[in-house]
Design a binder for this molecule. Structure first.
Ligand SMILES: [Zn+2]
Length: 210
């Protein structure tokens, strides 16, 4: 714990003064452009991987970057989404999964969750993604199946998002856009779902940037 307390003191004494104007502005309110829904995994750092500053991202995290369909369990997630869309008026929602996701591994192997009844129940929201991945990849190795399930889970949670009245209304008004990403921890790449090709592709593949 000591290193974290030292970090808090270093932030206040060394980092904060260099960006005090930003924090002064943020002290009276936030106007984030993006709602990012991602996994609670310690290796996923939304601000780092998007090179964002405080105030830029409204972040909602849970095991498996899951969005329960409207009316289902997961009230805290639903409330955060409703607030971000209705009150803060975010214009983009990103659902970001990641490689080596423990939640997706659990969803693929429900027998491993016997001692984790709450996790097992939560991952029911990913069951359709697992079913699609298994059907699409018969006889595939574990790594292929995990990657496919991770991608299908992002797409499934985007579908769930559309069942939320606040999101559905904002989509109908053209006030919001939905994005599906998968972050690869080992390579640093973020793959984005391209609705045109139906595949997850590197940004470099769809843009001119290297
Ligand atoms: Zn994860």
């Amino acid at each position: 714990m000591e290193k974290f307390i030292e970090g808090v003191l270093r932030f206040r004494n060394e980092v904060f003064p260099t960006r005090s104007a930003l924090f002064e502005e943020l002290a009276s309110g936030q106007q984030p452009e993006v709602l990012m829904i991602t996994c609670a995994d310690s290796r996923v750092d939304p601000a780092l991987l998007t090179q964002s500053s405080p105030g830029d991202l409204f972040v909602c995290r849970n095991a498996g970057n899951i969005v329960p369909p409207w009316g289902e369990s997961g009230e805290s997630n639903t409330a955060s989404i409703e607030y971000a869309v209705t009150v803060l008026g975010v214009s983009e929602i990103v659902v970001c999964g990641h490689s080596d996701c423990g939640a997706m591994k659990g969803a693929l192997n429900p027998d491993s969750l016997q001692a984790l009844p709450k996790v097992a129940r939560w991952l029911e929201h990913s069951r359709a993604a697992v079913a699609v991945a298994q059907r699409r990849n018969p006889n595939a190795d574990e790594a292929t199946l995990l990657r496919s399930a991770t991608e299908e889970n992002v797409l499934l949670q985007l579908e769930h998002l559309r069942t939320h009245p606040a999101v559905a209304a904002a989509l109908a008004a053209g006030a919001i856009r939905l994005h599906g990403w998968v972050y690869d921890i080992g390579s640093g790449h973020v793959l984005a779902h391209n609705p045109g090709s139906g595949r997850f592709e590197q940004f470099a593949a769809t843009r001119d940037a290297a």
